[in-house]
Each structure stands twice: as structure tokens, then as C-alpha cells.
Design a protein around this ligand. Sequence first.
Ligand SMILES: *Cc1c(COP(=O)(O)O)cnc(C)c1O
Length: 424
Amino acid sequence: MASDSTLPIHTNGVPPPPSSTSTYTAATLAIHADDSLNSSTDVAPALHVSTTFRYAHNPDDLVPALDEPPDSSDTNIPAPHVYSRLTAPNTSRLEAILSQLLNGKALTYTSGLAAFHALLVFLRPKVIAIGEAYHGCHGLVTLHHNLHGLKVVDLHDEAAWDAAGLGKGDLVHVETPVNPTGEAVCIRRLADLAHKRGAVLSVDATFAPPPLQDPFKEGADIVMHSGSKYLGGHSDLLCGVLALRSERVEEGWWEGMWRERLLLGAVMGSLEGWLGVRSLRTLELRVERQSGNAEKLVGWLGGLLGGGVEGEEGALVRKAVARVRHASLQKGEMGWLREQMPGGFGPVFAIYMTTPELAKRLPSKLKLFHHATSLGGVESLIEWRRMSDAGVDERLLRVSVGVESWEDLRDDLLQGFKALAGEE
Ligand SMILES: *Cc1c(COP(=O)(O)O)cnc(C)c1O
């Protein structure tokens, strides 16, 4: 096989792929960043189910596998697959695309929590600063506390950071936008505070995938995603992602994490990898639509709540809804927020109903919103949060906006409010 990168890699003459220094935009890379890993003439990727792969026939080409992780400086060299716990064709293609879209070399894991666990295992921090975040991430932090005494301090309490000795090798972890409100936290500020102390900053960016924000531009060292949400986008796969800032890759983090993943065994299955590639092709289209839909719905609800608008529509909304929360309503903070989220705000927002009973009943009145947990799929979801989070305000509904027409979603909510009013 030709190893000169200027030559077509494959016997069928596939031209050289976009390189990692490519000037193609994300929309193009989502379709083509994995071209070089297409080892057949198929246009749609093949699904490879083999767990094991033949070694090179030529004895001179035999390189013992564990000595050499795939070259971390180039996403476009097809890995010589050996065994699917190391690498496999479908997940390699997924990682090649993710590395381009996230602007940092990426590794995938079985789920978002598997990725966060892998991060904690790799960094082995003595102290972690963490604020409001996915309850499972807090669960993992507790697990690590029990395993080896990881100290946990509040993200917004710098005095507590210093009292706990947060410093070199420690971790500041922020989720933004944050579950369940969709409100954002300033990444740049936390990056500076962490780096000043020699600690690193990880950002759980699940709620605002590309093209909404790039946490590396704001100083993040690690960007984490639950790929089960927007990256997958169709509510049909579990996936976790860690992407690394280029300086951290140069320090050997990617190789280290790759070697540890081999031991943790938390690799995605090939079907999930295949589904992930299918999904990323349309990431930008989906997310821009979802973000726009959410901003319009929030604007509509917020306008009726705040503006004292006359008429039946305003009266129905004000009777049912007490408050709406979303990054687009963080009025006082638009300076850093516009810079941090240049592509638009996240497609998740929170509705606080006027009573817990109304929150519990609204989902049953809706025709277009499934009543279910999770988020990020093409279909709109609404969840009475009390179903999956015991500590939460019982008036809270979390909305994950899909790609339907926003006017239809608006009308569905409105008829839901009307149906509730009619029951009284
Ligand atoms: C869902 C979610 C996770 C966990 O991801 P899984 O893929 O379900 O393991 C972590 N963080 C956030 C913000 C999430 O929404």
C-alpha cells in the first residue's frame, strides 16, 4: 500500500482527502473529512462488523500493534485495524469527522458518562471544581471521591478552590449551556481562573454542539460531548466524545487516553459508529434549525409573559406559564455570551408552569412533543423533569426543540395550554 500521502491511498483511486489543515468549512468537512478512510467504492459508508482484522501479508510490514497508536498528528492515515477494541473502521471515520468539527483531536466512548469517567481516570485530579451539571457527572465524581478521595468544590466558589488546594493537575469542569435551563456560563473566565492555578478546564458542551460554540476558542483544554444527544441527533445511539486542545495533543494526552481506552474497553460498537457518521453529515443543518426554532419559541413565550399582550393567546400563556429560562433571555450578559455562542443559542429551554399539576399534565395535551427524557434528536421532546430528577422544582418542564416547523410547535403548545385551561 502506498504510504506517500500525495498518492491515492486506495486501489480504487480515491483522491487525497481534506487534511487537518484544510481550509474547507465545517459543512464540507462533515461530508468529506472521512473520505480517505473509505476503503471501497461505496458512496454511503459500509458497516463493518468484524472484531478482528488480517495482518499485513508482507512480513516486512508487520508492526506490533500496541507499540503504535494511530498517528495522532494526522487524522487521515487509515489505521491498520487489528482488533476492534483498539480501532475499527466505522468509529475511526466518526472520529476523523469529529476531530474536524470540534477543532480538536477526538476520541469516542460508549456513552457521555464513559467519556467523563475516562477523563477523570486519565487526569487523576486531586481536586475538581464542578457546578450545576448533569446528575450522572456528579454521580461519577462521587464514585471517584469514594475510590481515591477526589475533593469536590463548587465551581463558583474560588475561595473553596484555594482552600482545597486546587492547582497543577486538577480539573475545573463546566457544563455550558447547562441542564436543564439552557442558560450559559462564561468559559473564558473559568479558563483563566483554572490556568492561573495550573489546573485544566473541561467543558461539557453537549447542549451547544457545533456550529453554536467552540469552547477551545474560549480557552478550554478538553471538550466533552454526550454524542447521544445532538451529534447522534436521532435518539438512536449512545456515544461519548472527548476532544483535545492541540497543545494537549502535543503533550501526549491523546495517545495516553487512547491507550487507556484500550484498557477501559469503552469503545463504541460499529453500528453506533456507522449511525454517528450518518448523523454528522447533517449536524449543521439540524442544529441551526433547532437553535433557530428554540429562539423563536422562547421569544414568543417570553413576549407574551413580559409584554402584557392583549388577547386570548397572552391570557392562556400567562395563566399556565410562570417563567421561561434560556440563554437568549440572559439579557445582562450579552457581551461575552454573543462571543461565546456566535452560531446561536442551544435548542433546550426550561418552562416553569404556574403549578406542579399543570407541569405534570401539559405533556399529555401535546401532539408534536414526545413526553420523554433526553434531548438533541430531530423530534421535539418535553419532560416533566420531576420524572428523572428528584431534587428539581416540580413546576419545571424541559423542552428539547426538534427540526419541525416552529409555528407548528408554537400552535401545539398553545392548544395544550388551552386544553389545560378547559379542564379547570
Ligand atoms: C446526557 C448527558 C450526559 C451523559 O451522556 P450519556 O451519553 O447519556 O452517558 C452528560 N452530560 C450532559 C450535559 C448530558 O446531557
